[in-house]
Design a binder for this molecule. Sequence first.
Ligand code: AMP
Ligand code: MG
Length: 492
Amino acid sequence: MTMHFPFDNSYAALPETFFARVAPTPVSAPRLVKLNQALAVQLGLDPDWLASPEGLEVLAGVRVPEGAASIAMAYAGHQFGNFVPQLGDGRAILLGEVVDRGGIRRDIQLKGSGRTPFSRMGDGRAALGPVLREYIISEAMAALGIPTTRSLAAVLTGDRVVREEPLPGAVLTRIASSHIRVGTFQFFAARGDSASVRALADHVIARHYPAAAQAEFPYLALLEGVIARQAELIASWMMIGFIHGVMNTDNCSIAGETIDYGPCAFMDVFDPKTVYSSIDQFGRYAYGNQPPIGLWNLTRLAECLVPLLAEDADKGVEIAQNALGGYAERFNAAYLAKLAAKLGLFTSQPDDPQLSQDFLAAMAKGRADFTLTFRRLSDAAADPDDLSEVRRLFEDPAAFDEWAPRWRARIAAEPQDGVTRQAAMRAINPVYIPRNHQVEAVIRAGVDQGDFGPFEQLLTVLANPFRELEEFARYAEPPQPHEEVRQTFCGT
Ligand code: AMP
Ligand code: MG
C-alpha cells in the first residue's frame, strides 16, 4: 500500500499514561461533504486521494491508515471554574502528525469518530450541524489571520446521532499545530505526577517553543511564551468581535491557537456584555470578560509548572506570579496597538487609547454594528469629511458626532494620504465575518434539506474577508431584527 499520510508521530512516543490507544469506530455510509483542497496540499497530502473512496474511508474513520498513531489524548480541565480531573478526547482520535510544507508539525484528528475510554456518558459522535459550524468558523478565522485549528474535511457518516432529536452524524477532520491544552498539564499535576508534567513540558518546548530550550530557565521561558501567545490571541479575538464561548482550561491551546469551536459567535451590535452560549448563564465567558479569563486560565497552567520553576515551592510560586504579572501589560499593548491600527493610526500619541475607548463607547451607546462600523470608517478614510455611511450605523449618533471631529483632527496630523490610510484600514477591518444568522441559515439548509450550496457559498465569501464585492453585499449586512440569533449551543 502506498503511504498516503507521511506520518511522523511524536505525541504517541510519550509515556502510555498520556493517551489511550483506540481505533475510530466504523460508520455505515460515509459521504464527503467538503474537502479543503488547499489545506490538503499544504499538509503534503494528495487531495484527489483524500476524495477517493479509500481516502473517504479514512476521513470517516472506517479505515485506519498505515503509520497512524490512533490515540485519544488524556486531559483534565476547569469547566466554568470547576475542576474535572479527567476529561480527555471523548469523541476525537488523533490519527497522527505530519510535517507540513512550511516545516510545521500538524496533528490530524478525527472529531466525532466514536467512543474512547474518555467518553464517559457520551456517544463519541458529532452531529452535522456543529461540524459545519466548526468548519465555517475555523476557516473564517484562518482567513482573518487569527491563529486557529483548521478544518480539512467534513463527512457524513450515514448514521444518526441522537441529541434532543435524531440528527445526521458527521466527522470533522481537524488540523492543529497540536491538541495539547492547559488541561493536559492539569491532568498530570492533579495526580501529583511531576515526572509527566516535566515530560510534557519538554515535549511542548521542543515542539512549540524551541527558543525556550536555549533560555537560562527553559520552563519559565515556556510559561512566558504561552502567556505571550494567549495575550496576543485574545487581543486578536477582541478586534473582530469574536466570543469563544467556552474558555475552559481544556479548550485553551498551549500553542496559542483558537481551539474547540462550540457555541462561539461573532458579535453584531457592540456590547462588551454580549454572551451567546446557552450554557453560560452568568456571562463568565462574555466578550468583555475574555481578557481576564485568559489570565485565569494561564494561572492554572502556572500552578502546574511551579514544581519545575524552582526547587523551593515558595520560590516557584514567586517566579510564576512574576510571569503572570506580565500578562496585563502584554495584553494591553497588543490590544491598544491593534485598536489604533483599526482606527487607521500610523503613529502613536498619548491620547490614542482614549480616542479608541471613546469610539467603542460611542458604538455601545449608539448600538452600532461592530464589524460594519470599523469597515465603513475604513472606507471613509479616503474622504473623512463625509462620515455619513458610518453615522447611519448608529441608532443614536450623539456620542459618535462628538467623537468624529477628534478622529478627523487626529488623522489629519499624520502625513499619510487618505487612500493609503483607507487601504491599510481595509486590510485589517473585515467586511465579512461568519455572522450567526448566516451560519445558522447555512446549517439549516445542510441539515434539513441536504443542500450544501449555501455552505459552499458562505465559505467562498469568508475566504476573502477584507475584499468587498458587490455580489456578496448581503453577507456584509447585520441581521434584521427577525433574523437575529440570540443563543448558540454546544451541540455535542
Ligand atoms: P467540549 O465541551 O466539546 O470541549 O467537550 C468537553 C468534554 O466532553 C471533552 O472531554 C469531550 O471529549 C467530551 N465530549 C463532548 N461531546 C462528547 C460526545 N458526544 N461523546 C463523548 N465525549 C464527549
Ligand atoms: Mg473541548
